[in-house]
Write a protein that binds this ligand. Structure first.
Ligand SMILES: Nc1ncnc2c1ncn2[C@@H]1O[C@H](COP(=O)(O)OP(=O)(O)OP(=O)(O)O)[C@@H](O)[C@H]1O
Ligand SMILES: [Mg+2]
Length: 454
């Protein structure tokens, strides 16, 4: 379908001439001879570009311009003004017109303006489409889980997202810290600004400064041209400091000063640059412990820890394992072009019993592998390949951690874990283990034999 143009001109001959001049540009032209008719067409067709005379009977060209801009500011409007009425043209540009042509105009003038306007409107449309795709990908809606713990996290993030307050997201590796940061940015008034990421762990301290603040040409050997830093690039948006616990102490000092003033100089430069940046930091380290150990500056800790959000590990919100599994199965099915298999009860049980040290990232990987291994329409336990060391590790977990994790597995399974735990504590001495459990030696022996058989 070619782009659709709305051409509004009350003089019939003039309108026909204009339509002729642009007739070979592969356009679908809707003609209107007055403003009222034009508005009717505009509201009922998908118009990509409007060309309008300023002086029209009934509804003026300026009113049409205002109507179009109100409905969709991305649709360009070219206004046609009479010779000698430059004030009108200036006024129209101020009100958002893309361009103006003054009667009488050369054929080429209008054609060039139309071509440019269509290009701009196509780009605006593409940007909007891509932005929508990113927004859809990074909204809070895509953070799967309905456990009270994740709901609380989402509520906190939702309430701080509208502000410029610094946020510190903590949680074990793979719990979704980056995902939450992006969603917080996307729900903020800065969402149309950049989301600039600095991974403080991946960059050596000598380079981190250059990465953050940029440098001037000749600042050091190899600085062939001026480069803007992430701080400057994030202006108007969000700077995401990933793995902030890995930032070296000397960089921490510089960084603190900049956070306080939002001003800095590029390396080798003297000009002070101001950047309007919102900070979201993330770490899997215990920053407060690091402050005690003097490996993280206390003042920086307070500066970034204004609004802390802790994402609990997956093993503490087991209710999320099933919805997350369903989500990843659907995602991988789409990617692999397969019909989504279902997850067997025994498969789900296996996932529920596992401690998930790698959290959601690990669950995602396990399911990706399962999707490849599973050739039927049901994912069975054999398809779910877990880390055997982690599977074992659960047996030695303290009971206060173990019990909440095993709820839903049945009392017998829980008892077996208790027995395994007691045996471990007792160094496999049955009498000692029986004493720990408060049962007779014979009962324990019987239970041990029974669990060996199953
Ligand atoms: N609640 C969730 N819903 C859907 N996907 C999730 C969720 N949490 C995490 N993920 C997915 O798990 C993976 C790991 O998440 P992310 O990279 O945000 O974790 P992280 O906490 O930043 O990890 P690390 O500390 O290792 O950097 C990503 O693919 C992410 O999309
Ligand atoms: Mg991360």
């Amino acid at each position: 379908m070619p782009p659709q143009i709305l051409l509004i001109e009350d003089e019939d001959r003039m309108r026909q001439v204009i339509a002729m001049q642009i007739s070979d540009l592969d356009l679908l032209i809707h003609e209107a001879s007055d403003g009222a008719q034009a508005l009717d067409i505009f509201d009922n067709q998908t118009i990509h570009l409007v060309i309008t005379d300023i002086k029209l009977p009934k509804v003026s060209g300026m009113e049409i311009l205002a109507h179009v801009k109100e409905r969709n500011p991305d649709i360009p409007v070219i206004v046609i003004t009479a010779y000698g009425s430059i004030e009108n043209a200036v006024q129209a540009i101020r009100e958002g017109a893309f361009d103006y042509v003054t009667k009488p105009f050369k054929e080429e003038t209008l054609r060039e303006s139309v071509k440019k306007a269509l290009k701009v409107s196509r780009l605006a449309h593409e940007v909007r489409y891509l932005r929508q795709e990113i927004e859809d990908k990074f909204t809070f809606k895509n953070i799967v889980g309905d456990s009270p713990k994740i709901c609380e996290v989402l509520e906190l993030a939702g309430s701080v997202s509208h502000t410029d307050t610094s946020v510190l997201i903590t949680g074990e590796s793979g719990t979704g810290k980056e995902l939450l940061s992006r969603a917080t940015h996307m729900n903020s008034p800065r969402s149309s600004g950049p989301f600039s990421t600095v991974n403080c762990a991946a960059i050596p301290s000598s380079l981190l400064e250059a990465e953050l603040f940029g440098y001037e040409k000749g600042a050091f050997t190899g600085a062939h041209k001026q480069v803007k830093g992430k701080f400057e690039m994030a202006s108007g948006g969000t700077l995401f400091l990933d793995e902030i616990g890995d930032m070296e102490l000397d960089v921490q000092a510089k960084f603190l000063r900049i956070l306080e003033t939002q001003q800095f100089e590029r390396l080798g430069g003297s000009k002070t640059i101001t950047a309007d940046v919102r900070i979201i930091a993330a770490t899997n380290k215990d920053l407060w412990q690091m402050v005690q150990d003097k490996t993280f500056r206390e003042d920086l800790f307070y500066r970034i820890n204004v609004f802390p959000i802790q994402i609990p590990p997956l093993r503490e919100r087991k209710e999320d394992i099933y919805p997350l599994s369903q989500h990843f199965i659907r995602e991988f099915s789409k990617a692999f072009g397969k019909k989504p298999p279902s997850l067997s009860d025994s498969g789900l049980k296996k996932l529920l019993a596992y401690p998930w040290k790698g959290n959601i990232r690990e669950l995602k990987n396990v399911l990706e592998r399962a999707m490849i291994l599973c050739t039927t329409d049901v994912i069975m336990p054999d398809h779910l390949i877990l880390n055997p060391y982690q599977e074992k590790a659960i047996d030695t977990l303290p009971l206060d951690k173990l019990i909440p994790m095993m709820i839903g597995d049945g009392l017998e399974a829980l008892e077996n874990r208790c027995i395994a735990f007691a045996m471990e504590q007792a160094g496999n001495n049955v009498s000692k283990a029986a004493r720990i459990l408060g049962i007779s030696r014979a009962t324990l022996r019987y239970r041990l034999e029974k669990s060996e058989k199953t």
